[in-house]
Design a binder for this molecule. Structure first.
Ligand SMILES: Cc1ncc(COP(=O)(O)O)c(C=O)c1O
Length: 380
């Protein structure tokens, strides 16, 4: 059986073969606990610290500023709840955007139950946060700004440097969710000027269930997981050595030739885009035409519904929907809603995302499948 073309790298990535090889000894033989003082603990401990250096290398920070977590969701929780609770004597106001992943929006909502207030700044039709809107939202009691580096659905890349500068000038902590951007575009913490940054391993060819949080030296989020003091006491629990090693290797690979990596993602994405628009009418791009992740293509097919499109292509392409239709009702993603994409377009939105292993042959096959599917549905 021919497998569907995988074009959902923003959903998750396959494991890089080098990541698998790096992890293999820790699955097969190196089972020791990094905290053990005996022989069996030595290699696991060294491996965890080597991985920390590899992650730090990609982020441009010191290894001590990297805390391993279970993924993007936990990193966002740790960053936002941890900093908010640590700073609540200073103020209780957080600024974020209407466009964030639920792993930020729901954290803010939960904090509202603890007496914090959130301002969700709007985005424009291309999904951009205007730094002036962030500035206008800042209050004397604002303690934290959390704006994502790049959006998972439409790929728009935010002006994090400008927003971080506003935060810094006012003594406000700046966090960014880089789950989608790391490994696709530069995410150097000093170039971005952020104080905290979230990493998700499974968007980066490492396994699911591993991530990291960058915490700038001198910043002290409240402890997230109390226990035996691993991860300098911030995130207690015996380390997930196997996957930490995988994340380290994934970061090393991503840092080898980032420009070539991004060029491949972009070439595959644009081949798909051009192939579709050359043969399909009434299709348009969601998100920013230029300030966008090089792999992300959110396309709106006018007057079609995403779930019918997915049914039509599902055996041949793995992509994801931007809207869900149930009987007569359509629920648009909060991202398309925040961008005010008209319903006639938004309801027929599919997200395609290319990756390291996407080939031109796969893209050509995908173009043919999408063109045929749209023709079939429009004929009905
Ligand atoms: C922007 C963004 N943030 C956070 C997450 C959550 O990461 P994880 O799946 O590692 O918990 C995702 C995953 O889809 C994401 O795209």
């Amino acid at each position: 059986m021919i497998q569907p073309v995988y074009l959902d790298y923003n959903g998750t990535t396959p494991h890089d073969p080098e990541v698998i090889e790096a992890m293999r000894p820790f699955l097969e033989t190196e089972f020791g606990n990094p905290s053990s003082s005996h022989w069996y603990g030595i290699k696991p401990k060294q491996a965890v610290e080597a991985a920390r250096r590899q992650v730090a290398g990609l982020l441009g920070c010191a290894p001590q500023e990297v805390v391993f977590t279970s993924g993007g969701t936990e990193s966002n929780n740790h960053a936002i709840k941890g900093m908010a609770r640590a700073l609540k004597v200073k103020g209780r106001h957080i600024v974020t955007s209407a466009f964030e992943h639920p792993a930020v929006l729901e954290v803010c909502r939960a904090l509202e139950g603890e007496g914090f207030e959130t301002t969700r700044v709007a985005v424009d039709g291309l999904g951009m946060v205007d730094p002036r809107a962030v500035e206008a939202a800042i209050r004397p009691d604002t303690i934290l700004i959390s704006i994502m580096h790049a959006n998972n659905e439409v790929g728009t890349v935010q002006p994090i440097g400008e927003i971080a500068a506003l935060a810094k000038a006012r003594g406000i902590v700046m966090h960014t969710d880089a789950a989608q951007s790391l490994g696709k575009i530069p995410a150097d913490v000093n170039a971005l000027g952020v104080d905290l940054l979230s990493v998700a391993g499974h968007k980066l060819y490492a396994p699911k269930g591993i991530g990291a949080l960058y915490v700038r030296h001198g910043f002290q989020p409240e402890r997230f997981c109390h226990g035996a003091g691993q991860e300098r006491g911030w995130r207690a629990g015996t380390e997930n050595v196997l996957e930490i090693v995988g994340l380290g290797k994934a970061c090393e690979i991503a840092g080898r030739d980032p420009a070539a990596g991004a060029a491949h993602l972009r070439a595959m994405r644009d081949r798909l885009h051009q192939g579709i628009v050359a043969q399909v009418a009434d299709v348009r791009l969601n998100g920013h035409p230029d300030r966008r992740l090089p792999n992300t293509l959110s396309l709106a097919f006018r007057d079609l519904t995403a779930n019918r499109l997915l049914e039509e292509i599902g055996l041949e392409i793995a992509a994801s929907a931007g809207a869900a239709c149930h009987a007569d009702t359509v629920s648009l993603s909060h991202v398309l809603e925040a961008m005010a994409v008209p319903v006639a377009w938004a309801k027929g939105t599919l997200r395609f995302s290319t990756g390291r292993f996407t080939s031109a042959q796969e893209i050509d096959r995908a173009v043919a499948v999408v063109v045929r599917a749209v023709e079939n549905l429009r004929r009905k």
